[in-house]
Design a protein around this ligand. Sequence first.
Ligand SMILES: [Zn+2]
Length: 158
Amino acid sequence: MRRETLTGVTVVVAETDRDRFWSRVDTETTPDGCWPWTGALNAEGRGRFSAAGVRDYAYRWPLVFDGHRFEPGDEIDHLCDNPACVRPEHLELTDHLGNMRAMGERERGPSKLSRRQADEIRARRSAADRPTQRELAAEYGVDRSTVSLIEAGKIWGW
Ligand SMILES: [Zn+2]
C-alpha cells in the first residue's frame, strides 16, 4: 500500500533510491543555480518521487534522506520561486525551523550530528583547501543535502 504524503511517516530510504532520486536532478545546467527535477512535473511545476512505499513532492525528499520526519505544519518554501527545484539551499523548511529556533539552547538538530560537528563542517567548508560536500557527507555519515543545509546556516545556524 502506498502513502501519498511523507507527513507523519518515518521513512528509511535505501541508497539505491537516493541514487535514483539524484539521477533525476539537473545539478549543473541552470544559470540561476537551481537543481530542477527532470522527471514529470504537475501543472504547478512540481515533481514527485516515490520510495519506500511513499510518494510525495520531490523537493521534500532530500530532507527525508537525512532522517527528517515531516510533521503536520511543516512547509517548504522555495526561496528561488522555482517549484521544480530540489536544491537544499533554495528551500526553507518554515515551521520546522521556527520550532527549532524556539527551542533556543537545544544542542542537537534534527539529524544525527552534534552541534559541534556541524560547526566543524561549516569551518572546514570555509577553509581554503575545503573538502567537497560529498566528501564531508561521507565522513560524517550524513546526506550531502545536510552538509548543504549546515553550510547555508539553515540548520544549526543560530
Ligand atoms: Zn532553486
